[in-house]
Design a protein around this ligand. Structure first.
Ligand code: KIV
Ligand code: NA
Length: 269
């Protein structure tokens, strides 16, 4: 089986949905690989994997290591890795250096970073040098400090027009797709209808060309309330809890381990 490529995902537009979840460790990635078109090593790993308050503190080295784990445990899905905060905003050169490092360390297929019009130049710089870029606009969690929290974007006409222009700028700069996060629905719909590249929504619109969610949010593993834009599709927490409880009680009551789990046990005792 060959991996799904970026051009293949682009060709899904108008044909079928791009289905994506985040993952940053092998046990989940192995399962996701059978069902996902794209797996994202999101900087949300900072929050769901490292219990940080926001996404700002995860580093290039950390995310690259997670991406390597995901790439090596999958063979089918297209693998996209997030550019961490501070690793790309300074200049196209800085972005290229860090993106190249992430891809060469991990073997991932593409990078994603947050930013619209002002980062279009950076997108062009990377794409021209062989690094496919997935743009991320709308609610951009790396702006948590300027936003004063995580808030839906594009609710006023002026804000919506600004985000629409971000989408157009990224498309013209050569982004292969656009993640639209936490925006007014009509805006996400309008962008989807007006760009030729696929849009991948999260809290955006059913009309988007694809959907991405943070895996922990849909498996009841996030440690917090399910966001409005997600749904609990299974309860992995309950399953793990059941196993942990059974293990603890069997060790405590002496029913595990038995001699069958030991080495060099004399046959007839
Ligand atoms: O970091 C992340 O998980 C993301 C997706 C939610 C789009 O950027
Ligand atoms: Na992210």
């Amino acid at each position: 089986i060959k991996r799904i490529t970026v051009p293949q995902l682009m060709a899904y537009k108008g044909q079928k949905k791009i289905v994506s979840l985040t993952s940053y460790i092998a046990p989940f990635a192995r399962i996701l690989d059978e069902y996902m078109d794209m797996i994202l090593i999101g900087d949300s790993t900072a929050m769901v994997g490292y219990n940080m308050d926001d996404t700002l503190s995860i580093t290039v080295d950390q995310l690259a290591a997670h991406a390597k784990a995901v790439v090596s445990s999958t063979r089918r899905a297209c693998i996209v890795v997030d550019m961490p905060f501070g690793s790309y905003q300074e200049s196209p050169e800085q972005a290229f250096r860090n993106a190249a490092k992430m891809l060469s360390v991990s073997g991932a297929d593409a990078v994603k970073f947050e930013g619209g019009e002002y980062l279009a130049e950076t997108t062009r710089f990377l794409v021209d040098r062989g690094i496919p870029v997935l743009a991320h606009i709308g609610l951009m969690p790396q702006y948590v400090n300027t936003m004063g929290g995580f808030k839906a974007q594009g609710l006023s006409e002026e804000a919506a027009n600004r985000i629409f222009n971000d989408a157009i700028a990224q498309e013209q700069a050569g982004a292969w797709g656009i993640v639209i996060e936490g925006t007014a629905e009509p805006l996400a719909r309008r962008i989807t209808q007006n760009v030729k590249i696929p849009t991948i929504g999260i809290g955006a619109s059913p009309e988007c060309d694809g959907q991405v969610l943070v895996a922990e949010d849909i498996f009841n593993l996030s440690g917090s309330r399910i966001p409005k834009f997600a749904r609990q599709f299974s309860d992995v927490q309950a399953t793990i809890r059941q196993g942990v409880e059974a293990y603890a009680s069997q060790v405590r009551d002496g029913s595990f381990p038995t001699l069958n789990h030991c080495f060099g046990v004399p046959k007839n005792g």
